[in-house]
Write a protein of this length. Structure first.
Length: 361
């Protein structure tokens, strides 16, 4: 049959040999940024060796993991991004953050809390579809990010709600069969919004209300996807933002029955670590970039900062789940301030403790 096809359609054969090619013994058949043939010759199967390399080996493929999977959809800025490309390799048991291979490309250059919570501190198989983007603000029209190409929280949520081929998994496609019961949504954002606006004149409380109003309408869209200055001045702005955040979390919870919320206060964690870095295994609070440092990078020369802030870290989901709104915020007068993996390891454990007994961690 194959030969008669050849005979009848010689030009098609010329055009399509690659489609019919199969990978020979021990040839590569999968891997990060491998776009070649994936079918092995008869008698061989594609065996996972690493996130970068799978090869054709003799025998029959072992059964793939078919146990329960939980889904996590993180949104946010550089503290959260692992540079997940939503249209490329999706999470698997081997690489629960999908792509790039664990720990991904993070703000600090190493593992971050998303990686730790999916691959190291996880107490369940949890696949993370990480929409976070470095530098993100809530709404780029309200607070411009450092580059116009940065995907704001609005952009990230729209990507999630959009078509599958553009990286939107809200429709629960076959590839990503999440449900109200097993999906967790999280947002860690705020640093870029406050960093880029706290010094503006006008009624700061009113602006905090605008930002939080937008933030929670985005949370409402995610729920809907399920179906049914001077340091002192800065502290005032941040304290006000945080207390309004708590109020919004409470009304968000009240308006969505069955939603559970957790508030993780990263400010306390940062403060405790920075007050006594060596107790947490760090060298000190001022050096950066080297092994043992808390900070991966920070431009201290231009810092007029206050450790008084709160960033939002919000989890939502539905029915029995979620809405974690944590807060944290660190405010610095520099655009770039990122943490070493060791700091994220502490956050991850802290969050896992907070959410102990939940499905995910
Ligand atoms: C994401 O992956 C797709 C291939 O699936 C590729 O075409 C696209 O360029 C990637 N996007 C980025 C931003 O790397
Ligand atoms: C944690 O995640 C990894 C990677 O998906 C998985 O192999 C492992 O079984 C998970 N741990 C638990 C306790 O479920
Ligand atoms: C973002 O902010 C701009 C300026 O206030 C506003 O016009 C726009 O509606 C906001 N976008 C969303 C999706 O809320
Ligand atoms: C500033 O905004 C807050 C929150 O909207 C409002 O309660 C307060 O009255 C405003 N203050 C002034 C002076 O307009």
């Amino acid at each position: 049959m194959f030969f008669s096809l050849l005979t009848l359609l010689p030009t098609l054969l010329l055009a399509a040999p690659a489609v019919r090619a199969q990978v020979g013994a021990y040839g590569q058949c999968a891997g990060y940024e491998y776009f070649g043939e994936t079918n092995c010759v008869s008698g061989y199967y594609c065996s996972y060796e690493s996130d970068y390399f799978s090869q054709c080996v003799p025998g029959t493929a072992p059964p793939v993991y078919s146990g329960p999977v939980n889904y996590w959809f993180p949104f946010g800025d550089s503290y959260t991004t692992t540079s997940f490309n939503t249209t490329y390799l999706l999470p698997t048991i081997h690489n629960p953050i999908g792509n790039p291979p664990f720990p991904g490309y993070t703000g600090g250059g190493g593992e971050n809390y998303v990686g730790y919570l999916t691959e190291v501190d996880n107490t369940s198989v949890t696949f993370a579809y990480n929409y976070a983007y470095g530098g993100a603000t809530i709404n780029a029209s309200l607070v411009a990010p450092y580059l116009p190409t940065v995907l704001s929280l609005i952009d990230q949520v729209n990507e999630f709600l959009g078509p599958v081929e553009d990286g939107g998994y809200a429709s629960k496609p076959a590839s990503t069969p999440w449900t109200s019961e097993n999906a967790l949504f999280s947002v860690w954002i705020g640093i870029n919004d406050l960093a880029g606006s706290y010094y503006e004149s006008g009624n700061r409380s009113a602006f905090a209300e605008v930002l939080l109003g937008e933030y929670f309408s985005l949370m409402q869209e995610l729920i809907a996807a399920e179906g049914p200055a001077a340091q002192q001045a800065l502290q005032v702005v941040l304290g006000d933002f945080n207390s309004r955040l708590a109020t919004h979390v409470a009304s968000f919870k009240a308006a969505n029955s069955g939603v559970k919320t957790w508030i993780w206060d990263a400010y306390t964690v940062f403060t405790n670590i920075l007050a006594d870095p060596t107790a947490y295994g760090f060298v000190d609070a001022t050096s950066y970039g080297n092994t043992g440092d808390f900070w991966a990078y920070v431009d201290f020369s231009s810092i007029v900062w206050a450790l008084q802030a709160d960033v939002v870290w919000c989890y939502i989901a539905t029915i029995s789940i979620q809405a974690v709104c944590g807060t944290t915020f660190l405010r610095f007068d520099v655009e770039l301030i990122v943490l070493q993996a060791a700091a994220h390891a502490i956050f991850a454990k802290d969050i896992a403790t907070l959410m102990a007994g939940s499905l995910w961690f």
